[in-house]
Design a protein around this ligand. Structure first.
Ligand code: ADP
Ligand code: ZN
Ligand code: ZN
Length: 818
């Protein structure tokens, strides 16, 4: 009897692939372990065992594996079931899911590039012979492919050696080189343990009476410490005590103070005195908590709708605490962009080093670490806070999943496959683990709210801000009128300017929201109307004044700003529309005294760009912050008293059935940044259309009416949440081939689904990176099972792929596209 394994390869193959193994290997191997296997003519891949069995494949002769890579299971059985669901539901392959799930270091293959890790000193004595050979080779050639290393080692397969070198931190994979994570170290200061007590203050100050600067510093430190035990940055102390580093140094030398460093994003791992007790919930929060628990008792997903700053996070903290006390794991999912130091530090104060953070900004090594800790049920990864992909970690015993900001579109993976929705995949994961799932938002998605209305989800609300801080006052300003009466200064109405002046005078901060980056989206010739287009995409180039460039926001193409019109030669060029850059410039001119910052994709590139701006704003080094929707995500600024929305119409006029829902969510979230402490904040929304129903609903906080109206529309026109949608995108560089192919596909689907097929249609930007695009929508409603519909689409896809003329057309399936 021969032995075989079926493996998942990290490539889009529809089926598992079978390899031959020896009886000894078969006895060792379990599903979820990795093996190195040959594939195609000369490739080597890391594959994952899915099944160990004794049936030879019928269609081909099984090759032998090269090597077993694991002693223990790396991927759990529950995880594989979850992956299978994702693959089936989102029309992806298991290989694609695996590639999304496993950190790159687990998936070495012959084409992977390897480099030395420059950040560690290698102890050559600790390297085995083969490891040393690789180490040496990399001294001579800074970058090598895995297959080249196999040649150097004179081995078929270098993966085990490289895996060991990765574990020893000697090498890195090349993709990471540009991404290398340089933790920012912040210096902190504290009293030496002996003095850290009020009772010691008097005698200490007394002993320093001859060193007034030093005693001042000690006093300032006591004040900064207050009652909490949050770490105090050295710079804060220097500022508060108006002292120099030399003063602190002498205090350290005397043994009175201690300085220490913490990684900026892992603050409080070593916090003094450990963790802080959870806050006592007020009555409304307590009721919400009990409600949620009752939903959990009925095994229901629970939706918590709580207005901004109502204290949802504190409710989560209570739920998390309970589950951690039971020794189970918790997953706290957030949109990538909301995963800020602010929130992480806040949770760390409660849960200390039981927290592991997992997101794409972390390098492979750190992701591997979290993976292993979660798999081993280590206490230091009992609470995982992460973005979308943390859902794919090897949880052993998950008790609770929280999906915060559940309405966020960024929970849906766009590219590459699997195009999964993290919220929905989290609910499935919860079922597999019998874990409770809580969805939280101030502005739930229509999907979730609809499920709550139908009774499928439990539902609870918090309609008051914590401590009864009033919601900001909203005002709609008609800029059509203002323009007509010539009462605008640039893009600012008199009302907005007045409020800005008042707010700044009071020493408070201002946020200005404009959901478009760059200076202006269009540069137009005033003589002939020609506007420079991207050569690769069907879209005008955006004018970036600071860089003196025209840039394409779809493909990155850029050129210098032209001197004159390419079409008619005229030098009269003018901009149309406006972006954050222009607003920033106008603000600087209007408020020359104010310190102005900008937060958009252009200013937050680089690893910590985003954090830097947030921190500067938090520390009040900036008075006014201009930004795109990045501003909206879960930030808690204490001194923002005014939020200005420069132009709401740009949001509302986007051609998509979700536009109104999105605008409501976005505007409510931006508004929620204002007045989070005692004083009532203000929000000014500038618009050409103050009677727009969505703006009315935003300004009165009327989610229910928004929901009813939108749901009515969706029912009328058959859109989610009343039906499910698969969006099929066709891409090809040739316009005619694309059209024909999309028509063929649409025709084949129509035969079966009739009017449930919409399109094919060009999207608003119909060509990107020289590829033409067309979309088809297939609606799945009660008349057909969702699984059946997808099966049929897949069948049509197979026939389509068999047509030679269409073979080079890319077909992308996006299930539940949003
Ligand atoms: P949300 O998550 O709903 O936006 P937060 O949980 O951030 O709201 O709460 C808003 C503010 O109120 C935070 O500064 C938080 O610390 C404070 N807060 C909320 N609940 C309590 C409580 N029970 N006791 C003390 N402070 C609280
Ligand atoms: Zn012209
Ligand atoms: Zn382009």
């Amino acid at each position: 009897m021969s032995n075989f394994i079926d493996v998942i390869l990290p490539i889009p193959l529809e089926r598992l692939f079978t390899y031959a193994v020896t009886p000894e290997e078969a006895a060792h191997l379990l599903p979820g372990m990795r093996v190195a296997v040959p594939f195609g003519k000369s490739k080597i891949y890391t594959a994952l065992v899915a099944r160990v069995h004794t049936q030879p494949p019928t269609a081909y002769t099984a090759k032998e594996i090269h090597e077993i890579l694991d002693d223990d299971v790396l991927v759990t059985a529950t995880q594989m079931r979850h992956w299978q669901w994702i693959a089936d539901y989102y029309m992806a392959t298991l290989g694609e899911v695996m590639r999304s799930a496993l950190p790159g270091a687990f998936l070495l293959e012959s084409e992977t590039f390897v480099v030395l890790n420059k950040d560690t000193t290698v102890q050559e004595g600790l390297l085995e012979d083969d490891e040393f050979l690789v180490f040496e080779a990399l001294q001579h050639q800074p970058i090598l492919k895995v297959r080249e290393i196999a040649g150097i080692l004179d081995k078929k397969n270098a993966l085990p050696t490289l895996q060991r070198l990765l574990d020893k931190d000697v090498i890195r994979l090349k993709e990471e080189v540009y991404e290398q994570y340089k933790p920012k170290l912040v210096h902190y200061v504290r009293l030496a343990p002996h003095y850290a007590d009020d009772a010691h203050l008097e005698p200490l100050l007394h002993s320093l009476s001859r060193a007034p600067k030093q005693s001042q510093a000690v006093l300032a430190l006591f004040q900064l410490m207050g009652t909490g035990n949050k770490p105090i940055p050295l710079s804060d102390l220097e500022q508060a005590a108006h002292c120099t580093r030399a003063v602190v140094k002498s205090l350290v030398e005397k043994g009175i103070l201690e300085t220490y460093q913490l990684r900026h994003d892992r603050v409080s791992h070593e916090q003094q005195g450990g963790t802080q007790a959870a806050k006592v919930l007020n009555e409304v929060q307590q009721n919400a908590l009990e409600d949620i628990r009752s939903h959990f008792a009925e095994n229901k997903v629970s939706l918590l709708k709580g207005i901004t700053s109502s204290g949802k996070t504190e409710v989560y903290v209570q739920l998390i605490q309970t589950v951690l006390d039971q020794g189970k794991q918790v997953l706290y999912l957030l949109p990538e962009i909301a995963l800020t130091t602010q929130l992480i530090a806040r949770l760390q104060r409660y849960f200390g080093d039981r927290i592991a953070v997992y997101h794409s900004k972390y390098n492979v090594q750190e992701r591997v670490e979290v993976w292993n800790n979660v798999l081993a049920r280590e206490e230091k990864a009992q609470l995982v806070i992460g973005a979308r992909s943390s859902l794919l970690l090897p949880f052993a015993d998950l008790g609770l999943i929280i999906v915060d900001e559940e309405h966020e579109a960024s929970f849906k993976q766009f590219d590459p496959a699997p195009r999964y929705h993290a919220r929905d995949a989290a609910i499935v994961l919860g079922k597999l683990h019998r874990a409770n799932v809580l969805l939280g938002s101030a502005t739930p998605s229509l999907e979730s709210y609809h499920n709550a209305q139908k009774g499928k989800y439990g539902y609870t609300e918090i309609n008051r801000r914590y401590a009864n801080v009033p919601l900001p006052e909203m005002e709609l300003v008609d800029i059509k009128e203002a323009h007509r009466k010539k009462r605008m200064k640039g893009h600012f109405s008199e009302r907005l300017l007045q409020e800005m002046t008042d707010t700044l005078e009071l020493g408070d901060q201002v946020i200005l929201f404009q959901n478009r980056r760059g200076y202006a989206p269009i540069l137009e010739c005033t003589s002939c109307g020609n506007a420079p287009q991207c050569p690769n995409c069907d879209v005008s180039l955006t004018y970036h004044q600071y860089k003196k460039q025209l840039r394409c926001h779809y493909c990155g193409h850029h050129t210098a700003i032209p001197q004159g019109c390419h079409a008619c030669g005229s030098v009269d060029l003018d901009t149309k529309g406006f972006g954050t850059e222009q607003i920033e410039q106008e603000v600087r001119a209007l408020f020359p005294e104010a310190k102005v910052g900008r937060m958009d994709l252009d200013t937050t590139r680089g690893k910590h760009g985003y954090e830097k701006i947030i921190t500067a704003f938090e520390r009040r080094e900036l008075d006014i912050l201009v930004g795109t929707q990045m501003l909206t995500k879960g930030l808690d600024f204490r001194n923002v008293n005014l939020v200005g929305v420069m132009n709401a119409d740009a949001l509302l006029n986007f051609p998509d059935y979700r536009t109104h829902e999105r605008s409501f969510q976005l505007l409510t979230q931006v508004a929620g940044r204002a007045g989070r402490t005692e004083r009532r904040g203000r929000v000014i929304i500038q618009t050409y259309n103050p009677y727009h129903q969505i703006l009315k609903q935003v300004s009165t906080g009327d989610y229910d009416t928004m929901y009813k109206e939108q749901l009515y529309q969706r029912r009328q026109y058959n859109y989610p949440p009343l039906v499910r949608i698969v969006k099929i995108t066709f891409k090809h560089k040739n316009y005619h081939v694309l059209n024909e192919a999309a028509d063929w596909f649409a025709g084949a689907l129509r035969q079966h689904f009739g009017d449930r097929v919409l399109g094919p249609e060009y999207p608003p930007v119909a060509r990107i990176r020289n590829q033409y695009l067309k979309h088809l929508l297939v609606k799945m409603d009660g008349r057909a099972s969702v699984a059946g519909t997808k099966q049929y689409i897949a069948k049509v896809g197979k026939s389509f792929a068999a047509i030679a003329a269409y073979r080079s057309v890319r077909v992308i399936h996006n299930v539940d596209h949003i």
